[in-house]
Design a protein around this ligand. Sequence first.
Ligand SMILES: *[C@@H]1O[C@H](CO)[C@@H](O)[C@H](O)[C@H]1NC(C)=O
Length: 219
Amino acid sequence: MAAGTMRRVQLMLLLQLCPGILTLAVRSLDEGVLRIAVPERREVYNNGKIYDITHLITPEMSKWGTADGMGQVVTVIDSIKNGPALVVDVPRDSNISAKVMKSLQISKGVHRVLFRTLNTDRKLMYQTEFDSNYVGIVKDGAQWIVENTDIKLVGIDFLSIATYDDAVPTHQALLRTREIVVVEGLKLEDIEAGIYDLHCLPIKVLGAHGTPTRCILME
Ligand SMILES: *[C@@H]1O[C@H](CO)[C@@H](O)[C@H](O)[C@H]1NC(C)=O
């Protein structure tokens, strides 16, 4: 389906499930609530087809030992973003602002970007105590991504894509488009900047706004 096509669809939202759990964008089941643009989805990359062999969990699905099925649990999401991704090192002396984004000179046509930041150097994911001083995208950086790039997936190496201070406006700017997927809590310490094939396979859960996901990079 072409980008920009309008369809009755679910809202793409991102939720941090709880501290320490990775999140991914998922669509809720509120059919008819919103009319939103649906991003293009592909299943063939580099001449290889990806088969999704995970069942969508639905209320009608059979549940062990009962006649009534699963009932209203959670909603499932499409197999998410798989394909080429750019890992970039961002300047260590700044959060990810419009100015920083501009300086990274990410070409049009790049759809997935994973930001390797000071968070990796500081090993924040290995600290027990939460540190609100982490690096993330600030509001004008998020706005810049939306307005000036083709990026549809952003990943980062700590618990939130947004800085602590801009948590709300950054998420709003990124998620308002219903096209951008956010992946958080990535382990990038051994990864060099460059292009990889990214595969993130979230759990298919009905109605959830985010799920844990297993992400891999292939060289
Ligand atoms: C990023 O922003 C946070 C506040 O949200 C701040 O504590 C932190 O020092 C900033 N990091 C850098 C590298 O500027």
